[in-house]
Design a protein around this ligand. Structure first.
Ligand code: FAD
Ligand code: 2AM
Length: 617
C-alpha cells in the first residue's frame, strides 16, 4: 500500500504537551471537518499570545489523562465539538463520550483544577441542539473541572462563524487572565503550513483522501480513508423544471465486497468543476500542473500536512478544498497583507475587525459569496495559492440516503439526488459541488469515490410491526429502499406483514411525483397499505404531508398505539419540525394525552428506536 496521510499518534497527550511545552490542548469532535478547522484556528491564534497549543483527535488520545492536565501550570483543555444526527457525538468523539458517561459518582473530583472550555457546533433546526457540547461541558464540570467560560452554542442555521468569534473573544480574555498574558495580541499572521521542497521519493497524491495510489490499486476493505471507485451505470431524471431537477443514480459496487442495508448512507467524494479550478488558477496565477508540498511549521500540530500532498495544484484545487463555501473571517484576515491597493486593504481590515463584523455578515456571509467573488471584488489581492490552500476548508464527502434494498440490488447502490444550483448575492450562479458533478460524469467510464456509512435508520426487525414513513421530496429515498425490501421479503412468505403507510409530498403531481409507478405497484402488491400524497402546489392553498397526517389521524394513532414504527426523512429545517408538531397534536387528540404526555410518548418511542429520523438541512 502507499504511504498514509494519517500519522499514528502516541496517546499520552499530557506527556506530549510537556515535551512541546504546550499549555493548551484542543480536542475536536468533527464529522465534516468544521470542528477540526476551528480547533486548528484556535491553535494558530494561541501563538499570537505566545502560547503553544496542541490539536488532538480524541480518538487518538487516552482521554483519562485529562486528570493529569493540572500537572502543567495553568494548562487549559479546549473542546470544539459537533453534534451529529439525533444528538449523537461524532464518530471520533464517541469513545470520549462513553468515557464521560462511565465516570461514576465516586470519581467526581477526577478533574479537579483542570481548566476547560467547550464550543459546540450544532444546528438549531435539529431537535438535540448541541447535545454533545452541553453533555461534555456538564460532565467536565461535574467531574470537578474549572469551566473558564460558558459553553459556546454555535448555530450553523444562522451564523456559526459569528458564534465562534464571539465565544473565542471571551475565551482569549479568560485564558490571558489565567496565564497573565496581554489580551491585546499582536495581529501578525502566522502560517500553520509552509511550502517545502518536494521529496522526490514520496508518492504524488492524485485525489485520494488518505492513501497514495489507492485509486490506482484498489484494494478492499473500502472505507472513508480507502473509498471504492464506483462507476455510474444509470442516471435518469426523475423530474426537471425551471431551475430544479432531481436524478436517480445507480452506482455499481459489484466486486467491491461492499455491503449495505436499506437505511444506510452512501458517502461520495466529489470533484470541483474544472472551469472553477481554472478560474481560481487564472485569478491567482497558479501553475496548475506543478507539484508542491506543504508541511506543518510546528511539528506538534496534529497533521503534518493540511491535505494529502505532494500533489499538483490542480489536484489540490479539484479534490482537497471547498471552492464554493463562503470564506470565513480568518481567510479575509489573511488576505489583508496581500492587498496592493490601500483602500481595499483598509476595507478588508475593517471587515475582519470587531467593529466590522456585522458588515462582514451583511456583505459576505449573508450573500453567500464564494472565494472567487471576494477575489474579484478585492482585485488587488495577490495571495499565494499555497497560503489560500491551507486556509480553505477541506473538501468533505457528501452523504446520500441509499434508495435501494441490498436484497434486490446487492451490486447496486441507488441514490435520489436533488441538484443544487443557486444565485448568490453577487449574482454568481453557484453549483452544488457533488450534485452538478454527478450530471457531468460519463456513464460507465468515470468513477465515483465512495463508501457506505452505517446508519441506525432501520426497518422493524419483525415484518408484522406496522409503520408510518414520512418523506416528502428526496426524503422519500430510504423509503424506496424499505419498500423494495418489503416486496422482496413478501415473496413466498407466509408471514403476516404489518400495515405500512407512506406519506409523500411534492409540488406538482404531474411533474414531481418520483417513483410513482413503483409506489403504486407496491400498493397493488400490498407492500404499502396506504400511499398518501400531498401535492403542495396543485391548488390555491398549500397542502403538505402533515395535513395528510392529520386527515389520517385514526390510522396514525392505531399504528403508534400498536407499537408501530414512525420514520421521518428529508428537510430538517422546516418539514421535520412541522411533522413532529402534527404527530404531537394527533397523540394529544386521539390518545387523550396532555402535551407533556404526548412528548413523553414520542420520546419513549425514540428511545426504543421506534421513532427514527434521517433528516438534513
Ligand atoms: P454543496 O456544494 O455542498 O452546496 C450546498 C450548500 O450550498 C448548502 O449547504 C448551502 O450552504 C448552500 N446553498 C444551497 N442552496 C442555497 C441557496 N438557495 N442559497 C444560498 N445558499 C445555498 N441530498 C439528496 O439530494 N438526497 C438524499 O438522499 C440526501 N441524503 C442525505 C442524508 C444525510 C444524512 C445528509 C447529511 C445529507 C443528505 N443529502 C441528501 C444532502 C447531500 O449530502 C448534499 O448536501 C447535497 O446533495 C448538496 O451537495 P452539493 O455538493 O451538490 O452542494
Ligand atoms: P413547497 O415547495 O410547495 O412549499 C418537497 O419539497 C415538498 O415538501 C414540496 O411539496 C414542498 O412544498 C413541501 N414542503 C415545504 N415546506 C414544507 C414543510 N414545512 N412541511 C412539509 N412539507 C413542506
Amino acid at each position: 500500500p502507499g504511504s498514509s496521510f494519517f500519522n499514528s499518534n502516541d496517546d499520552d497527550f499530557v506527556a506530549k504537551m510537556k515535551e512541546a511545552e504546550a499549555q493548551i490542548v484542543i480536542f475536536y469532535g468533527s464529522q465534516t471537518g468544521t470542528a477540526e478547522d476551528f480547533a486548528m484556528r484556535l491553535a494558530g491564534e494561541a501563538k499570537r499570545y505566545g502560547i503553544k497549543a496542541l490539536v488532538i483527535d480524541p480518538q487518538d488520545a487516552d482521554m483519562t489523562q485529562l486528570s493529569e492536565l493540572s500537572t502543567i501550570e495553568n494548562a487549559v483543555a479546549l473542546f470544539c465539538l459537533a453534534t451529529y444526527g439525533e444528538g449523537e457525538p461524532t464518530d471520533n468523539a464517541q469513545a470520549f463520550h462513553d468515557l464521560l458517561e462511565e465516570k461514576t459518582e465516586e470519581e467526581n473530583d477526577w478533574l479537579e483544577n483542570v481548566n476547560y472550555a467547550v464550543f459546540g457546533l450544532g444546528n438549531k433546526t435539529y431537535e438535540h441542539f448541541n447535545a454533545m457540547a452541553t453533555f461534555v461541558d456538564d460532565k467536565l464540570k461535574a467531574g470537578g473541572g474549572r469551566r473558564l467560560i460558558d459553553v459556546g452554542m454555535g448555530d450553523d442555521d444562522v451564523n456559526l462563524e459569528e458564534d465562534f468569534l464571539e465565544w473565542k473573544d471571551l475565551l482569549w480574555s479568560a485564558v490571558c487572565e489565567l496565564m497573565g498574558k496581554d489580551a491585546n495580541a499582536i495581529s501578525a499572521s502566522f502560517r500553520t503550513y509552509q511550502l517545502v521542497p518536494v521529496d522526490e521519493r514520496k508518492k504524488v497524491f492524485t485525489g485520494e483522501p488518505a492513501i497514495a495510489n489507492s485509486f490506482k490499486h484498489q484494494r478492499p476493505p473500502y472505507s472513508q480513508k480507502n473509498p471504492f471507485l464506483a462507476p455510474i451505470r444509470v442516471r435518469r431524471e426523475l423530474y426537471k423544471d425551471e431551475g430544479r431537477s432531481c436524478l436517480h443514480i445507480e452506482l455499481d459496487i459489484s466486486g467491491s465486497g461492499i455491503r449495505y442495508t436499506a437505511g444506510d448512507h452512501a458517502a461520495v467524494y466529489p470533484t470541483n468543476n474544472a472551469s472553477l479550478v481554472q478560474a481560481v488558477a487564472e485569478r491567482l496565477q497558479v501553475p496548475l500542473d506543478d507539484i508542491f508540498q506543504l508541511q506543518a511549521v510546528d511539528t506538534f500540530t496534529r497533521k503534518s500536512t493540511p491535505f494529502p500532498c505532494p500533489c499538483t495544484y490542480r489536484t489540490a484545487l479539484s479534490h482537497y478544498v471547498e471552492l464554493t463555501h463562503t470564506p470565513s473571517l480568518n481567510i479575509i484576515a489573511e488576505m489583508v497583507q496581500y492587498a496592493k491597493d490601500e483602500q481595499q486593504k483598509e476595507r478588508l481590515a475593517f471587515l475582519c475587525s470587531k467593529q466590522g463584523r456585522s458588515e462582514y455578515n451583511k456583505h459576505i456571509h449573508n450573500r453567500h459569496l464564494t472565494i472567487l467573488d471576494v477575489l474579484a471584488e478585492f482585485s488587488s489581492v495577490e495571495m499565494p495559492i499555497d497560503h489560500l490552500l491551507e486556509l480553505l476548508p477541506r473538501m468533505q464527502p457528501r452523504y446520500y440516503s441509499i434508495s435501494s434494498s441490498s436484497k434486490t440490488n446487492p451490486d447496486r447502490i441507488h441514490m435520489t439526488v436533488a441538484i443544487v444550483t443557486y444565485k448568490n448575492g453577487a449574482d454568481t450562479t453557484v453549483e452544488g459541488v457533488a450534485t452538478t458533478w454527478f450530471c457531468r460524469l460519463a456513464l460507465d467510464t468515470d468513477r465515483v469515490p465512495m463508501f457506505v456509512r452505517r446508519s441506525t435508520f432501520r426497518l422493524p426487525r419483525k415484518p408484522k410491526v406496522p409503520m408510518i414513513m414520512i418523506g416528502p421530496g428526496t426524503g422519500v429515498a430510504p423509503f424506496r429502499g424499505f419498500i423494495q425490501e418489503r416486496l422482496f421479503l413478501m415473496q413466498d412468505s407466509e408471514e403476516q406483514f404489518g400495515e405500512t403507510h407512506l406519506f409523500f409530498g411534492c409540488q406538482n403531481e404531474s411533474k414531481h411525483f418520483m417513483y410513482r409507478d413503483e409506489f403504486e405497484d407496491a400498493v397493488m402488491k400490498k407492500a404499502l397499505s396506504g400511499l398518501h400524497t400531498a401535492f403542495s402546489r396543485d391548488q390555491a392553498t398549500k397542502v403538505y404531508v402533515q395535513h395528510r397526517l392529520r386527515e389520517r389521524k385514526e390510522d396514525v394513532w392505531r399504528v403508534l398505539q400498536a407499537g408501530g414504527h414512525l420514520y421521518i426523512c428529508g428537510d430538517a429545517k422546516y418539514m421535520a419540525q412541522d411533522v413532529r408538531k402534527a404527530i404531537i397534536e394527533i397523540l394529544v387528540e386521539m390518545g387523550d394525552k396532555t402535551q407533556q404526555q404526548a412528548l413523553q410518548f414520542l420520546k419513549t418511542m425514540e428511545e426504543k428506536h421506534r421513532f427514527q429520523q434521517d433528516v438534513w438541512s
